[in-house]
Design a protein. Structure first.
Length: 480
């Protein structure tokens, strides 16, 4: 079939495309930035269309002659019925109708619509209702907590279990759920399009066990070889305090943990096991097996995608874009000339962040990371997807890869809490026998606060950025 995937650079979409290609389907994806898909192994086998679900024209181009459309994009807002989410859903519905698409597969969240559900889950269900109001048959797959290397639930359970040998557990840790392995979710997504279509359907997806989040953390600790974790139940801890605590301990920022903690109160239990009727061979892993597989992939550096792959906000303009012209900009530029090859220099500065650190003043970076966490940002805990590989769109601590050119260039966009927009860039210039490595820190301030921030940080920049470029060159010289 000819298949369109939205949310292709997200956690599920980046993995699903490989499955669809292996099954022999012709795959197309739509993305706001074409560069975002360049680093994926499936890139040369996929047709990428630049566009957005808020742009009917680009959606129409993407839908042309497609048999199946996967809607894997997350809601743009946590409010059910939010204008931009409704517009996006209506645009998807209408584009599928006009293109004569045979089926839309929508990935949603599991939880009884009749109960008191979170705003985020209500928003997911509302998008499903809008899609089903059109002429194209919609298969909505509602999943419980997804467990896999890099998934948001797995990362939360992992960090809470590893960092806290004793944990005061609020009420949400007693919520029953049926955690399901990401591989089983992919099995269901690829399998349902082979089932004869008979109109709209909702499929509930969960693993074979009903567990609380407290039980999930205990099982993770056992599988990871950690000492016994002691849980002290303390229900009075409210969602707001719990969200801040999770944000401090895990890589997740407060903007995500607020919605996450809210949704963890949703009772995600499968009530209708229709997936067995549609896919008789569907046999989901136990939670223990899902954790073992996730740990194996992490330890063997085989993490295909992570929760942080999804960009939380629309793509920001690059510093070279015309719209930056005329704006106030602060720059810290450093250069070093070396006989080291361009390839070795590139390997050195693209190894930055994560466990490798930042080449200079590690204490200062850790302090900046903690300040960012306290301000509600990511801090340094997002780490890297892979210690030696980068692709455009990768999250790297509190940065995101905005541009990448092999053996030439790396541009990082700051996603820390700042009164402005910050960038960190390296460029290699080849001068016959030598190479010049240029390192540039750019800051576009917002208002007086942004200007004061740069002035206050300027002394620290001298401590950090000067040694950094020299040590990158020195490290590159050690590469064989």
């Amino acid at each position: 079939m000819r298949v369109l995937v939205t949310g292709a650079t997200g956690y599920i979409g980046g993995r699903l495309i490989s499955r669809l290609l292996d099954a022999g389907h012709e795959v197309r994806c739509i993305t706001r930035q074409l560069e975002r898909v360049d680093g994926y192994r499936w890139r040369d086998r996929v047709t990428a269309v630049q566009g957005s679900m808020l742009d009917p024209d680009s959606l129409a181009r993407a839908h042309e002659e497609c048999d199946v459309v996967y809607n894997l994009a997350r809601p743009l807002s946590a409010d059910p019925g939010a204008d931009q989410d409704r517009v996006a859903a209506v645009n998807m519905r209408d584009a599928a109708t006009r293109a004569g698409v045979r089926r839309v597969v929508y990935l949603s969240g599991l939880g009884s619509a009749a109960g008191d559900i979170s705003r985020y889950l209500a928003a997911r269900h509302e998008i499903g209702r809008v899609l089903r109001s059109g002429e194209t048959p919609v298969t909505e797959i509602q999943t419980s907590a997804v467990i896999g290397s890099g998934s948001i639930t797995f990362e939360m359970v992992r960090y809470l279990s590893e960092v806290l040998p004793v944990m005061v557990t609020p009420s949400w840790t007693q919520t029953p759920t049926q955690p399901i392995a990401v591989r089983n979710v992919l099995d269901a997504l690829t399998g349902v399009i082979e089932v004869p279509d008979d109109g709209h359907r909702i499929i509930e997806l969960g693993g074979p066990e009903v567990l609380t989040y407290e039980q999930m953390m205990r099982i993770y600790a056992e599988q990871a070889g950690l000492s016994h974790r002691r849980m002290v139940r303390f229900p009075p801890v409210g969602p707001a305090l719990s969200a801040w605590w999770v944000a401090l301990v895990t890589p997740l920022p407060i903007s995500i943990t607020r919605s996450l903690i809210d949704s963890l109160g949703d009772r995600a239990i499968v009530e209708s096991n229709t997936i067995r009727d549609l896919l008789p061979d569907f046999d989901p892993f136990t939670y223990e097996e899902a954790v073992r597989r996730a740990l194996y992939r992490m330890n063997h550096l085989e993490v295909e995608t992570r929760w942080s792959d999804a960009v939380m906000h629309p793509a920001a303009a690059l510093p070279s874009d015309p719209q930056w012209t005329g704006g106030k900009v602060y720059k810290d530029e450093r250069q070093v000339t070396t006989l080291t090859t361009a390839a070795d220099l590139f390997r050195a500065f693209t190894s930055i962040g994560g466990d490798a650190g930042y080449f200079s003043a590690g204490w200062a970076w850790h302090i900046r990371g903690w300040l960012d966490k306290l301000a509600g940002g990511f801090g340094l805990r997002r780490n890297r997807r892979h210690p030696a590989e980068l692709r455009v769109g990768d999250a790297l601590d509190f940065w995101r890869v905005a541009a990448l050119e092999e053996d030439r260039h790396l541009l990082l966009r700051a996603e820390m809490k700042l009164p402005g927009d910050a960038w960190l860039e390296w460029r290699i210039t080849d001068d016959e026998e030598s190479r010049t490595l240029t390192q540039i820190a750019l800051f576009y301030p917002r208002g007086l606060a942004g200007r004061l921030y740069w002035l206050l940080m300027k002394p620290a920049h001298g401590i950090i950025f000067g040694p950094m470029v020299r040590r990158i060159a020195k490290e590159a010289g050690k590469t064989k």
